[in-house]
Ligand binder design. Structure first.
Ligand code: NDP
Length: 508
């Protein structure tokens, strides 16, 4: 990809610009403007377009999402190339987890959005509302600000914009300053495919741009780190606007003595190293029952050894497994966590150092002899490290898995599926996989979100679209009386009768 200066469509010119680098090579591949000053006008434009969009039948909005999916399919190669260039991903990560995962989002919300938002008829709940009919309708919130991280700009930033649009909102999307190019490419393509221009606007910039967005929109969908999520929530609270927060994780994997160790080790290597471990729900720490600890570590080291780094060249299908790191400070964090573990006595079986530059690389790393005093077991690493800790039994594994402020995803490996599910229920996390990991994200009929410091709210399923609406309850009185029982003026006889009747009803 050659260096370009890309001004998101409709943006003013002559603003400070931000350079975007290819993290696998260190080359500058583009520039985007800092649009902080334009945020109020972007939101105003989106607001002006929103009411017409909300007035369209939801089936028409869904049909447009199918058209956008077809555009995305036709332009697959450009999206893959752009994603790889700005994130340093492998070919498979870009095509599966950005292009096809996003296609899945478009297909899901186009097909299921209407069902999740349909008016609900609600039965009167008791005698106090006898003779009334209730219907709950979902009204869009207006302009949704979507703030996205750099690890999956398409799947997360654009993916979270789709249900907001299907629900009848307009969206102003702020991609990370590290990875804004593919977002802009896709949004331009969507306009060619028929999306009305003002409905999905992109505000490129840094943290200040995100903060400005929170000050103007009607709802915020934020994905990013827990510290930034707190700031966003505090700012949104001042304005009393709803927020949905998808935040960091420190996801545990538990390997029980009866597990298929091959499968567990391959799962740990794949889901701990994919995107160089820069996934909110990466396997970040592993607890293994004592009798199989050493055998598991052998399998894991072998599996990690089979994972090939993509290097600085443009990856092709099947030629690599692990991409570069994407965000320069992230490499420093990984280095700090590994150095801390080493100083406190952990053993490094493989990796344990920065890869050779140019570009941002860290070698896939397996650590043993770790404990909960170490940074690598307590703080989000967001890198290609797999620390393994020996545990006495399942109870100790569950206790340690829950010994964290985070609660995003988690996994348990055992051949006894009932036991696996029972242990899953004891882990305090938004999701748990048994003999698997991470793929629950793509089960879109089920909510995906974080417990504890990993988030508030959920994406996917009914919650994943209803959060972009506010319920309006409409109560229709069917009695048609001039004056209902209990209306003014009160009378001793009616009051006594009412009291007696209700006491009998509630005292049953
Ligand atoms: P950050 O929290 O640093 O940034 C997220 C987004 O917020 C970026 O667009 C950033 O802009 C913007 N931002 C920064 N400061 C503010 C502010 N004060 N107000 C509003 N917006 C602001 O996260 P990262 O981009 O580093 O992403 C990595 C983190 O995201 C990890 O913790 C990871 O676990 C989490 N994550 C969670 C997911 C989930 O589903 N739970 C999924 C993916 C990632 P800019 O980048 O331009 O500074």
């Amino acid at each position: 990809m050659s260096a370009t200066t890309s001004a998101p469509a409709g943006a003013a010119t002559d603003r400070p610009s931000i350079a975007v680098e290819n993290p696998a090579t260190g080359e500058v591949i583009g520039h985007v403007p800092d649009m902080t000053a334009e945020v109020p006008s972007l939101v105003a434009r989106a607001r002006a377009a929103q009411s017409g969009w909300a007035a369209r039948p939801i089936a028409a909005r869904a049909e447009l999402m199918h058209a956008l999916r077809r555009w995305r399919d036709a332009d697959r190669a450009r999206i893959v190339a752009s994603t790889i260039a700005e994130t340093g991903k492998t070919y498979e990560d870009a095509i599966m987890n950005e292009v096809f995962a996003f296609a899945d989002a478009l297909a899901y919300w186009a097909k299921r959005g209407e069902g999740h938002l349909r008016d609900e008829r609600v039965r009167p709940s008791g005698p106090l509302v006898l003779g009334r009919r209730f219907v709950v309708r979902r009204r869009p919130l207006g302009v949704v600000g979507v703030i996205a991280p750099w690890n999956y700009p398409v799947t997360l930033g654009l993916g979270d914009s789709i249900p907001a649009l299907v629900a009848g909102n307009a969206v102003v999307l702020k991609p990370s300053e590290i990875t804004p190019l593919t977002t802009d490419l896709v949004v331009r393509g969507f306009r060619e495919a028929g999306l009305p221009e003002e409905l999905l606007l992109v505000a490129t910039g840094r943290g200040d741009t995100g903060a400005a967005l929170v000050d103007h929109v009607d709802m915020v969908m934020f994905t990013g780190s827990t510290p930034t999520g707190r700031k966003v929530a505090a700012r949104a609270a001042e304005r009393l606007i709803p927020v949905s927060l998808e935040l960091g994780g420190k996801d545990p994997m538990i390997v029980l003595a009866d597990a298929d160790l091959d499968r567990a080790a391959n799962a740990a290597a794949t889901w701990g190293l994919l995107n160089s471990g820069q996934i909110c729900m990466s396997v970040e720490r592993i607890y293994v029952e004592e009798p199989v600890h050493d055998a598991f570590v052998d399998e894991l080291v072998a599996a990690v050894g089979r994972a090939r780094s993509r290097g600085a060249h443009v990856p092709r299908p099947g030629d690599a497994d692990v991409g570069s790191m994407t965000f320069p400070p992230q490499v420093d964090i990984v280095e700090r966590h590994v150095a801390d573990a080493r100083e406190r006595g952990a053993r490094i079986h493989t990796g344990g150092r920065r890869g050779d530059g140019p570009g941002l690389w860290y070698e896939p790393t397996v650590l043993t002899g770790v404990d909960h005093d170490m940074l690598c077991m307590r703080e989000e690493t967001f890198g290609p490290t797999l620390p393994v800790m020996k545990v006495r039994d399942a109870d100790e594994a569950v206790r340690l898995a829950n010994d964290t402020t985070y609660g995003l995803a988690s996994s348990v490996f055992t051949k006894d599926l009932a036991k696996g599910e029972a242990i899953a229920r004891r882990i305090h996390a938004g999701s748990t996989a048994v003999n698997d990991a991470l793929l629950q994200f793509l089960g879109r009929n089920a909510p995906f979100g974080g417990a504890k410091d990993s988030g508030v709210g959920a994406r996917h399923g009914a919650e994943g679209i209803r959060k972009y609406t506010e319920p309006q309850t409409i109560m229709v009185s069917r009695l048609g009386l001039k004056r209902d029982i209990g209306w003014f003026p009160n009378s001793p006889r009616v009051s006594r009768l009412l009291e007696r009747g209700l006491a009998a009803y509630y005292g049953r």
